[in-house]
Design a protein around this ligand. Sequence first.
Ligand code: ADP
Ligand code: MG
Length: 688
Amino acid sequence: MPDIHKLSVKRVKGIGDRRSSALEQVGIHTVADLLGFLPSRYLDRSTETPIAQLPLKQEATVVGEVVASRMVPGRRPRFVATIRDESAELDCVWFGGYKYMNDAFKVGDWVSVGGKVTDYRGQRQISHPEVELLSGSEEDEDDRVHTGQIVPLHRTTANMKSSSLTARTLRRLIWDALEALDIDDSMRPDLREGLPSLGAAYRSVHFPESLDDVEAGRRRLAYDELLTVAVWGLSQRPRGSAMAVTSQDSATRLVESLPFDLTGGQQRALSEIQHDMTSEGTLHRLLQGDVGSGKTLVALMAALAVVDSGAQVAIMVPTEVLAEQHANNIQLMVEPLGIRAGLLTGRLRAADRRAAEALVASGQTQIVIGTHALLQEGTVFKQLGLVVVDEQHRFGVTQRLTLREKGEDAHLLVMTATPIPRSLALTLYGHLEVSTIDEMPLGRQPIKTGLRKGKDRDNAFSFIREQVTAGRQAYIVYPRVEGSRGVRSAKAAYEELTEGPLSGLRVGLIYGSLKGQEKSTVMEGFRSGEIDVLVSTTVVEVGVDVANATVMMIEHAERFGLSQLHQLRGRVGRGEAESYCILIADPDEELTEDAEARLNAMCETTDGFRISELDLEIRGAGQLFGTRQAGLPEFRYADLIRDQDLIEQARQVGDRIAETDPDLLGYPWLQERIEALTASGLTIAESG
Ligand code: ADP
Ligand code: MG
């Protein structure tokens, strides 16, 4: 049986040189690629609404026959195609661009059109609808491929259409491929209990009898992804046992020097970490805790125990701003204990960097704080005993592990404010244990959060003035450094604010591409209180800790993701003073449903765990395939909320494989998929 991953699409009936090169342009080379090109949506013809009953101003999908098409000249020339079903007619209107539309439409075609329905002088119409050709005409023989009860719609681009790759053609090609090929399923049935074979799965996602069929097929494809990642994760699990720590002296002295007590949550997390590091085996743990819950301190105490035992610690963070802050804070705390901490980032000048690397290589620097620069070959440790990855969701899956490989059996602690369900941590990160800090330091007050539109923006600036007068500081964050039409940007706002609403205040400007030295100077100015208001992009998103700042104002808040908004908000409320988060939404634009839901969620709760649940819910909704979860591999088919049972199944099967055949000798196909997975570059670049 042929392996569809190696079989060229040219082997499919109807695909010659012309079509195959058009397919190649959209990344379809093999039969597996073709079968993986899933419908973007499905038309359920049994629940279709007749044109006459379509509600106005709502998105709808309609199926009908093209009965007329014409150019309408005039001040705004447009192409109009009229479609009809048993109940009424509907105009599809395109302004400009008519030439292409003219070719795409023929009277007699059956099409599905989707878009917002409006009423224009008594006639229903959709402007610039999404169109898919269903069949040349209703009478077409042999057309069950195209006009079953459930019609799959493969999303095609204009480019594809102009190479005659319409949704209809694709359906035909995929149908032929499935008819002609006996699809080899390398996964034995006992590894995929309760799930259909690969061939059956492809058949039911492309040509389902019902929407349940689609789901059954999707689950099989999702399981393939989950099993691959699970087995890969297991292969990364520490095998040997790392050096056991023997002393908590420095850690104890550090706690005694602090002006506050550890919270119960910090203590519990710490004792779990200490337990792993003192017993046989290796610390391999995820520390999660909401923004501001004090994860850094817990990590530092673990680090001190390792240093006491004679080994080094690497702390990797995603941005230079954060690396510098951590390095400063940590140096202040550990130098009195006689321990040396150093900074290593890509920004250092070549000579400084070589010097820093030499201190690491000789073991003189005991705690190294750095960015992605730590991953580079030049960074060599004398004896690396513990790797800490802060804001782990900002790193790619392979990056977390690359650093660990610089030591022999080093302990690993990864930290995040974006919680991951335990089952995921176990499955996708190769049995990563989870500790959770479930309380905030004493005296923290919830951050008051409000959504403001339009003219209330000016009030926000007056409020910031009041806070500054009272000795506090503020952040104002923008989605971009530089403007594009209609979007406020950090640079433009800096000009506007310093001359207008914030004149007289000491305002600073910071963004990712600002030169290293200037960036440090501005950040230092804000930290020391010489700058009152910091106008910024998202470079301050994670980790930045300036306790005197009490206002976080976010412009164009509708453009940020939910966890991003929560992280930004976490920059304030770090001291005991009442803090505020002001979300400004663009007054001129109607918010999308998702944006509205995100902003409401922010106003409703400050609980980071609740926020990430809501985030997954909002992003998961209305999306048939795929979920993005920062820091996890991007799945095409798996849905991390809905597929909990598959995740569990993948882990159990993965465990079985890892136990009986750790080198995957009997599973060459899994080996190949893992290679493809890691080669697909599960890495994320440094930002800011
Ligand atoms: P995050 O978990 O977001 O990384 P940080 O480690 O940056 O949080 O801690 C936030 C702030 O809280 C820091 O200024 C830190 O010194 C302070 N902090 C940490 N633990 C405590 C505690 N137990 N009591 C009071 N303040 C604390
Ligand atoms: Mg932090």
